[in-house]
Design a protein around this ligand. Structure first.
Ligand SMILES: CC(C)(COP(=O)(O)OP(=O)(O)OC[C@H]1O[C@@H](n2cnc3c(N)ncnc32)[C@H](O)[C@@H]1OP(=O)(O)O)[C@@H](O)C(=O)NCCC(=O)NCCS
Length: 155
C-alpha cells in the first residue's frame, strides 16, 4: 500500500513537470523532425511519418511537442481527414521517458480538445502499453484487423 502511494507520487511529479507545450508550425518543424529521428524505439509503433512528409502537420487540428523543462519528452497530434472525415490521434513519448506518465498526460491533453465528436486511432495489437492507456481513457475497439485494431472515443 505504502509502495503504491510512492509510485503515485512519482507519477504525479512527472505530470507536473510537463511545463511547456509547443504548437508546431513552419518555424519550429525542425524540432519535431529531430525528436522523431532521435527516438527509434518509439518509431517501431509510431510509424505515422514513415509515409508522410513532416509538413503535413500544418494541416492538423493539433500538433504539439511537450517539454519537461527544456527537454522534449513527447509529441501528439489530432489529424482531421479532409472533408468531414475522421479525426485520428497520434502520440509518441521519448524512448528514455516512457513509463513515467507522460503518455497519460499527452493523451488527456489531446482528447480534451473541444469540438471533435469522435477520435479514432490505429494501434498494433502487440503494443500493450498503448492499448492499456487507450482503453483506460474510454476508447473502444471498433475494428479488429490482422496486426492492429482501430479504436474510437465517442464523445
Ligand atoms: C504508448 C506510449 C505513448 C505510452 O506513453 P508512456 O508515457 O510510456 O505511458 P504512461 O507512463 O503514461 O502509462 C503507461 C501505462 O501503461 C501501463 N503499462 C506499461 N506496460 C504495460 C504492458 N506491457 N501491458 C499493459 N499495460 C502496461 C502502465 O502501468 C501505465 O498504466 P497506468 O497509468 O494504469 O498505471 C509510449 O510508451 C510510446 O510513445 N510508445 C511508442 C510509440 C507508440 O506506441 N505510440 C502509440 C502508437 S498507437
Amino acid at each position: 500500500m505504502k509502495l503504491m502511494y510512492c509510485i503515485s507520487v512519482i507519477k504525479l511529479n512527472h505530470f507536473l513537470m510537463i511545463n511547456k507545450v509547443l504548437k508546431i508550425d513552419k518555424s519550429n518543424l525542425d524540432i519535431l523532425v529531430t525528436f522523431i529521428h532521435n527516438n527509434p524505439i518509439g518509431r517501431i509503433h509510431f510509424r505515422y511519418f514513415e509515409k508522410r512528409d513532416f509538413t503535413i502537420v500544418k494541416n492538423h487540428l493539433v500538433a504539439n511537442l511537450y517539454f519537461e523543462n527544456e527537454e522534449c519528452v513527447g509529441y501528439g497530434h489530432l489529424d482531421e481527414e479532409t472533408k468531414g472525415g475522421r479525426t485520428w490521434l497520434g502520440v509518441i513519448v521519448a524512448d528514455k521517458h516512457q513509463g513515467k506518465g507522460f503518455g497519460n498526460f499527452i493523451i488527456d491533453d489531446l482528447i480534451g480538445f473541444p469540438y471533435v465528436k469522435s477520435i479514432y486511432l490505429s494501434v498494433d495489437k502487440t503494443n500493450r502499453t498503448a492499448v492499456h492507456l487507450y482503453l483506460k481513457k474510454g476508447f473502444k475497439i471498433i475494428e479488429d484487423l490482422t496486426d492492429k485494431v482501430i479504436m474510437c472515443l465517442a464523445r
